[in-house]
Design a protein around this ligand. Structure first.
Ligand SMILES: Cc1ncc(COP(=O)(O)O)c(C=O)c1O
Length: 405
């Protein structure tokens, strides 16, 4: 079979693969606890459902503009004004099939072959593969101090003649760390000075804890967005628990948004029309679901932090937002892939290996599930890893026996 070199260079999404594995095991009746998930369990907002069903009920669902239906673009413009204090025009906005496609078409629109794209590690698993798909070279920057917070100097030191763009994701998947206001401000100014694109992946920007306010990157950019290279990406996927609707968007200068729209128009067109109407409902409707999701996640985070304290030698940094934490388990096993496989095999708990996020020795543990899943999942992990654990553990009526050291 002849498969292109490009296709051969692209890895399967490890997180989507784990979802499949967990679903298959569950189908077989295995008592799997999924702490590897990337989606909240709450229902989509009622305004989203009402809007979506209303359009389906007409029975007339047709082609729509490639950059999104006017009602969605209007809702995004309003959202941008309200959350970023920027009044943008329709040509500054493109709606896509999730934040994923918005980032992908941005990369296609700006990269020449071999252009470099920098991003801090740990990073969202898809960035390296997306950069490669667009012909670029992914360059992760690992903070030297072992924290989840890169410094501007570290990023600046990696900028070379081929650097075209920087991607920042805050709060961050997988660490949950929120970069400081000063860091974001400096990075926006740095990119403008160096004439680099800055893709701000704000996917989790409203899912933040401890009374924090979302960082508004736009306030540090040129007053005229059309002369700025800042591209802000967002989506309804996480904050409204609408991952399956596949609606995201990008806001940026007219020229780059126009190029992104052309690419999308030849590739997939915009998101499906019922999904776009659902997103309109979510963005324009009552916002209480975001607040209630945020509070649930904060409570889950606190419970998870409390349970993780029971581990000797595991280094945990309290997440500022998202629904992920990224503890360092290297005291137990250095190879995160092996550790993740071991936990799945022995105690049926799904976690994601840190290696996939550019940091070996860590595991990504999600807290978007139920409190029961979190507490029982951590209890099982502790049982599997702690050599002082009792010899037996019951999963329902199934008895597990510790036959390893
Ligand atoms: C950092 C980050 N950006 C983008 C996405 C993609 O979002 P969407 O589902 O809207 O494509 C995700 C999804 O996990 C993510 O974690």
């Amino acid at each position: 079979m002849s498969i292109s070199q490009l296709a051969r260079s692209i890895c399967e999404s490890p997180t989507l693969k784990l979802n499949e594995t967990a679903a298959l095991l569950r189908e077989k009746g295995e008592p799997v606890i999924h702490l590897g998930g990337g989606e909240p369990k709450s229902r989509a907002p009622i305004d989203a459902i009402v809007n979506c069903t209303a359009v389906l009920n007409t029975g007339e669902v047709r082609y729509a503009p490639a950059d999104g239906i006017p009602a969605l673009k209007k809702a995004i413009i309003r959202y941008t004004d309200e959350n970023y204090n920027r009044v943008v025009g329709v040509k500054n906005v493109v709606a896509s099939n999730g934040a994923k496609q918005a980032i992908m078409i941005a990369l296609y629109a700006i990269l020449e072959p071999k252009d470099e794209v920098l991003y801090p590690a740990p990073y969202w698993v898809s960035y390296p593969e997306m950069v490669k798909l667009a012909g670029g070279v992914p360059i992760p920057i690992t903070p030297e101090d072992g924290s989840f917070h890169p410094s501007v100097q570290e990023i600046a030191a990696a900028v070379g003649p081929y650097t075209k763009a920087i991607i920042l994701n805050s709060p961050n998947n997988p660490s949950g760390a929120m970069y400081s206001e000063e860091f974001i401000a400096e990075m926006v100014r740095f990119c403008e000075k160096k004439n680099l694109y800055l893709i701000m992946d704000d996917t989790y920007n409203r899912l933040i804890f401890d009374g924090r306010s979302p960082t508004n990157c736009c306030q540090y950019a040129q007053s005229d967005l059309n002369s700025s290279k800042l591209i802000v990406v967002n989506c309804v996927s996480k904050m409204y628990a609408m991952t399956g609707f596949r609606v995201g968007w990008a806001v940026g200068n007219e020229e780059v948004i126009g190029a992104m729209t052309n690419i999308q128009s030849q590739q997939t067109s915009g998101p499906s029309v019922p999904a776009q109407w659902a997103a309109v409902g979510a963005l324009n409707g009552v916002q209480s679901s975001v607040q209630s999701l945020r509070m649930t996640l904060e409570n889950n985070r606190n419970i998870l932090m409390d349970r993780l304290k029971a581990f000797d030698g595991v280094k945990v940094t309290k997440p500022d937002g998202t629904f992920y934490t990224f503890p360092d388990f290297s005291a137990y096993m250095k190879d995160s892939q092996k550790l993740s496989n071991f936990l799945l095999e022995k105690v049926r708990v799904v976690t994601v290996p840190g290696k996939d996020f550019g940091m070996e020795g860590h595991l990504r543990v999600s807290f978007c599930g139920t409190v029961k899943d979190i507490t029982e999942g951590i209890e099982r992990i502790k049982w599997a890893l702690d050599p002082n654990s009792p010899n037996e553990l019951y999963l329902g009526d199934r008895k597990l026996v510790r036959d390893w050291q």
